[in-house]
Design a protein around this ligand. Structure first.
Ligand code: VGL
Ligand code: ZN
Length: 193
């Protein structure tokens, strides 16, 4: 398969943050560190072709509804302004990268980079039609971002060699669901560069 990075393409790097990627992170996603090299390769290509690079970040207030203290499923993670919420240092984000913060409302769960953010508006302004998605976690924020993008009418390329999930089984299932929803699964070798 061959996929082009067209003039209306953007890269969305989902949640490569210390709490998900660092060894001592609050909510480690196994495999997060092993995809960084590939994520950086994708960033380089989008840089070279002058296409938009977006980095989403989980950016929770300390009393976020998804935290266990409030009956949610997760330990506190990616709290606004904490080291855990910083981008993982090995991620080579260009200065011009567009940073999208999500999950900022204490009372709302939000996994998608499009959920209550300005991303769709920004993409409309930039004329983006095709979105390439990588990052973590496959079953949560990657999947929610992909499904929202498809519903909003974007072409979505899921970068299979630059995503990592919390468990192997649920990641596999999530990938199949994203493909069923219309995402195209591709790898670095599939890109027309
Ligand atoms: C995520 C769990 C909780 C993610 C965010 O980025 O996939 N997962 N918050
Ligand atoms: Zn979160």
């Amino acid at each position: 398969m061959k996929v082009a990075i067209t003039k209306s393409s953007a890269l969305v790097v989902v949640d490569i943050q210390n709490d998900f990627c660092a060894e001592d992170g609050a909510l480690p996603v196994p495999g997060c560190r092993t995809i960084i090299e590939n994520v950086n390769r994708y960033i380089e290509i989008f840089e070279r072709t002058n296409q938009a690079v977006v980095a989403s970040r989980d950016w929770h207030p300390p009393n976020h509804i998804s935290f266990k203290a409030r009956g949610g499923p997760w330990p506190p993670h990616c709290v606004q302004g904490s080291v855990g919420a910083d981008f993982y240092p090995e991620l080579k984000l260009p200065d011009r990268a567009i940073v999208i913060s999500k999950g900022t409302n204490p009372d709302a769960e939000a996994y998608s980079a499009f959920d209550k953010t300005e991303l769709h508006y920004l993409f409309s302004k930039l004329g983006v039609r095709r979105v390439f998605v990588c990052g973590v976690a496959t079953e949560y924020c990657v999947k929610a971002t992909v499904e929202d993008a498809l519903e909003l009418g974007y072409e979505v390329i899921l970068l299979g060699d630059a995503i990592a999930g919390i468990s192997k089984e649920s990641s596999q299932r999530a990938i199949m669901e994203m493909i069923r929803s219309g995402a195209i699964l591709a790898e670095f070798k599939d890109l027309l560069t």
